[in-house]
Design a protein around this ligand. Structure first.
Ligand code: CA
Length: 227
């Protein structure tokens, strides 16, 4: 995940860069608006953290220019306390979120995470996690959250869900799912697949009787909804 930090306060640049790098983000910095804009136009980033008060070109103008040039990278604006007008204007000009200084770094990380999850631009959905409806799946931690609440899944349910998401759009027969998820050595019946699918739907679908995401393909098997 590549982040562009456009900020002119040296202390903040150092603190944020260190912290973001320790969270495994690839960070580039620019200390004024013009430098930030030109970096954002020449390289691709997953997220831009943009201060409002910047030398040469302010953050609001940078954000507007980016959107006018068709760059849809998520922008998180940093505003100073009391700059309410900037916040409103920033959102109007195409910023995705804002944070008021001074802020806790943990708060910034939470906002970044939320923006990356929401963003269709990033590869968040294929490597680390996946979102569908009000459900978000963290593959690394094997955690599933629905409506901000943890969902308890068995290891097999999680494995099945992971496989379906990774191969979404494709139709899988029950036998294929048994091979891929349960493994060749296991000898459960195809009925096992149906039961696990039913459990997943019960836990994750808004209306398990009319599943939206984990779909039945009659006469063949199952597929995860293709976006
Ligand atoms: Ca500033």
């Amino acid at each position: 995940m590549k982040i562009l930090l456009v900020e002119d306060e040296e202390g903040l640049i150092i603190t944020l860069t260190d912290r973001l790098r320790s969270e495994n983000f690839d960070v580039k910095t620019a200390a004024d608006g013009e430098a930030g804009l030109s970096l954002a136009l020449t390289e691709s980033f997953d997220l831009i953290i943009l201060d409002v008060m910047l030398p040469k070109k302010n953050g609001l103008d940078v954000c507007r220019d980016l959107r006018q040039k068709g760059i849809s990278t998520p922008v998180l604006m940093l505003t100073a306390r009391g700059e309410t007008i900037d916040k409103v204007l920033g959102l109007k000009l195409g910023a995705d979120d804002y944070l008021t200084k001074p802020f806790e770094v943990i708060e910034l990380l939470a906002r970044i995470e939320a923006l990356l999850r929401r963003s269709p631009n990033t590869n968040y959905n294929s490597t680390e996690g996946f979102r569908f409806g009000d459900v978000s799946v963290d593959f690394k931690r094997a955690e599933v959250v629905k409506n901000n609440q943890m969902v308890e899944l068995s290891a097999m349910e999680f494995k099945l869900l992971h496989f379906l998401i990774e191969n979404r759009g494709a139709v899988h027969s029950r036998n294929k799912l048994l091979d891929e998820v349960w493994g060749y050595d296991a000898m459960p019946s195809t009925r096992t697949v149906d039961v696990h699918v039913a459990w997943l739907r019960q836990k994750l679908e808004t209306n398990p009787r009319h599943p939206h995401f984990i779909q039945t393909v009659h006469g063949f098997g199952y597929k995860f909804k293709d976006e």
